[in-house]
Ligand binder design. Structure first.
Ligand SMILES: O=P(O)(O)OC[C@H]1O[C@](O)(CO)[C@@H](O)[C@@H]1O
Length: 322
């Protein structure tokens, strides 16, 4: 389904009265929504936004959930039970649901008023991936609700993001290999980021390192680092600092200054150095996570190869009751 057409249809169906947008999913699909929630919170003067792991939305739906709410749900498999149940909760409250999935036969589609079956697998063509689709959808909703002056710059960014990501991916392949060789025997990683990129610190920790490599990991917001977590810093503890462009870059730079002084094992993944700064400053921060997803995928692949631990190996998921 076409994003612009969906947004126009949504506004027509809701008589333009959209008050809230909720983003609801689990795991990697939730990570993909982080930037959209961030955009609504940082850009919209009229819309309220919420980001929920699906089971929490089911058990504690927002008090405002109702006929002025749009609930965006994403499930790669399309059948994660709590995400499908969250869509039912949204419907029962009178909200409109937008479902995104890779699976044409997804259960989620039955509970979606509007749906997108997205492409997957080609990390160099990020346009059609769920994160970019939801971001596009979100900025168009903001623009239609109240006007968003940065929309032309955002569109220009979307036009060149595939190229930026492709070059960045090629640039990090040797670095990712060197990282994997150096850190293959480590058991614990802290992953730092801020702003629109924080979702990928969370995602890299919980999905790439914990789920796919069975390694201990924790995400830390670069701003929060100085309010507790930095006390663990020493020369033996590995940190991955995901440095974005935009308004919160200063937070990441502060973390870098500290780590350069007191840590020894620090891997920096910097959007600026990877070429994202060709996108207009007014919108580049919203593209950080799109770049980081593809670039960090190279890191996890390299680690998987160096550790001889396949990315798809699971102990519990799909094997036991939970
Ligand atoms: O996107 P889906 O298919 O709903 O799956 C969510 C699941 O997928 C993962 O993101 C990745 O396997 C898990 O963390 C989570 O349980």
């Amino acid at each position: 389904m076409d994003v612009q057409k969906t947004v126009s249809q949504l506004f027509a169906d809701m008589d333009g009265a959209i008050g809230e947008i909720y983003f609801v999913a689990c795991g990697g699909s939730l990570v993909d929504m982080y930037v959209s929630d961030y955009v609504v919170k940082s850009e919209s003067k009229t819309l309220v936004s919420g980001l929920y792991t699906a089971n929490e939305f089911v058990h504690v739906p927002p008090a405002k959930l109702g006929c002025h709410s749009v609930v965006v749900l994403c499930s790669h498999s399309g059948s994660t039970a709590e995400t499908v149940e969250a869509a039912r909760v949204a419907h029962r409250a009178g909200a409109r649901t937008i479902g995104l999935t890779y699976n044409r036969k997804a259960d989620l589609l039955e509970e979606s008023d509007y749906s997108f079956i997205y492409e997957w697998g080609d990390e160099k063509r990020v346009h059609g991936n769920p994160m970019a689709l939801m971001l596009d959808l979100t900025v168009l909703i903001i623009d239609q609700a109240e006007g968003w002056p940065q929309l032309p710059a955002f569109r220009r960014g979307m036009d060149i993001i595939d190229d930026v990501v492709g070059k960045a991916e090629d640039a990090v392949v040797p670095r990712a290999k060197a990282f994997a060789e150096r850190y293959r025997d480590e058991n614990m990683f802290y992953v730092l980021a801020s702003g629109a990129s924080y979702g990928h610190a969370y995602g890299f920790a919980i999905c790439s390192l914990m789920e796919m490599q069975w390694l201990d990991a924790a995400p830390i917001h670069s701003g929060e680092f100085f309010h507790g977590p930095f006390e663990v810093t020493d020369r033996d503890t590995p940190f991955i600092l995901v440095m974005g462009l935009g308004r919160t870059r200063e937070l990441d730079e502060r973390a870098l200054r500290f780590l350069n002084e007191y840590a020894h094992k620090v891997e920096v993944v910097d959007a600026k150095e990877l070429g994202l700064d060709v996108i207009d400053d007014s919108v580049s921060e919203f593209f950080n996570p799109i770049l980081f997803y593809s670039v960090l995928s190279k890191y996890r692949q390299a680690l998987s190869t160096a550790r001889n631990h396949g990315l798809d190996v699971r102990r519990y998921m799909g094997k036991v009751e939970y």
